[in-house]
Write a protein of this length. Sequence first.
Length: 69
Amino acid sequence: MKSSDPIELAGFCDRVLVMSRGTIVEEIPGDELDEVRIVEAIVRGPGMSKAARSPLGVAMPKAATAGEG
């Protein structure tokens, strides 16, 4: 099933693969599947792991290292 409606996906699917630009960015298994979890995965998108987020769900900036610029 292909859909952009998280409520529909949560109601019909056993698992959801969230994609961005042709790449799977997250797989949500059935026991974790609800519309909130789907929306979080969509908003997070590629390159934003759960570990890179603060407890409040705000993206944390990467620390610059010497020689970058």
